[in-house]
Design a protein. Structure first.
Length: 174
C-alpha cells in the first residue's frame, strides 16, 4: 500500500489529561511511603545519638531517693563552701576544687572524683580522680577536652560516706 505524500497531514488531537483513580491511589501510597521512610530514618538517628535514658533503672533510683535526701540535708548542715575552677591547659582541661568547712578551714583527706559530662553525647564524657595538692585543694588534669558547655559533677567521699556532691554547668573556652 503506497503512501500518499501529497495528502494533507492531519494534526493529532491531544487528549485532555484525565486523573484516574489509579493515579490518585498511586500518589497517596507514594506520599505515605516517603513520609514513613523519612520518619523511620529520623527516629533511628535520634535514638542512636541520644537514647534519652538518664538512669539504667528508674525503680532502683526511686528506692535510693530517701537516702539521697538525707545525704543532701547532711551536706547542707556541714556548711561547707566549695569553689571550682575549670580552665584550659593546652588541649587538656584542669579542674580544681577547693573545699572549706563552715569556719573556713580546709577540708582534707577526701577521695574526690570528678566527671565532665557532655550535654548531648555520653561517649564524650570524661572522668578523673582529683588529688589533694595544697590543703583542701583537689586538682586533676583531664586530657583532650574540646571547648564548649559541660556539666561538672563532683563527688567527695570520706571513708565509706559520700560527704559532698555537686553538679554545675561550666564553659571551657578554646
Amino acid at each position: 500500500m503506497p503512501i500518499d505524500l501529497t495528502a494533507p497531514v492531519q494534526p493529532r488531537r491531544n487528549q485532555p489529561f484525565r486523573l484516574t483513580g489509579r493515579m490518585v491511589l498511586a500518589g497517596m501510597i507514594g506520599f505515605f511511603l516517603v513520609v514513613a521512610g523519612v520518619n523511620a530514618v529520623m527516629m533511628t538517628i535520634a535514638i542512636t545519638t541520644m537514647p534519652g535514658v538518664d538512669v539504667k533503672s528508674a525503680y532502683e533510683t526511686s528506692q535510693r531517693f530517701n537516702g539521697e535526701i538525707a545525704r543532701m540535708q547532711a551536706q547542707e548542715q556541714r556548711g561547707w563552701q566549695a569553689g571550682a575552677q575549670f580552665r584550659r591547659s593546652g588541649a587538656d582541661a584542669v579542674v580544681t576544687l577547693s573545699l572549706r568547712d563552715s569556719a573556713g578551714a580546709p577540708v582534707t583527706g577526701l577521695l574526690v572524683e570528678a566527671r565532665l559530662e557532655h550535654p548531648a553525647a555520653r561517649r564524650e564524657d570524661h572522668a578523673a580522680s582529683l588529688s589533694e595538692g595544697a590543703a583542701g585543694d583537689y586538682t586533676a588534669t583531664i586530657p583532650a577536652v574540646h571547648g564548649g558547655r559541660w556539666t561538672l559533677a563532683v563527688q567527695a567521699v570520706q571513708g565509706t560516706e559520700t560527704v559532698f556532691v555537686s553538679r554545675s554547668r561550666v564553659v571551657l573556652k578554646d
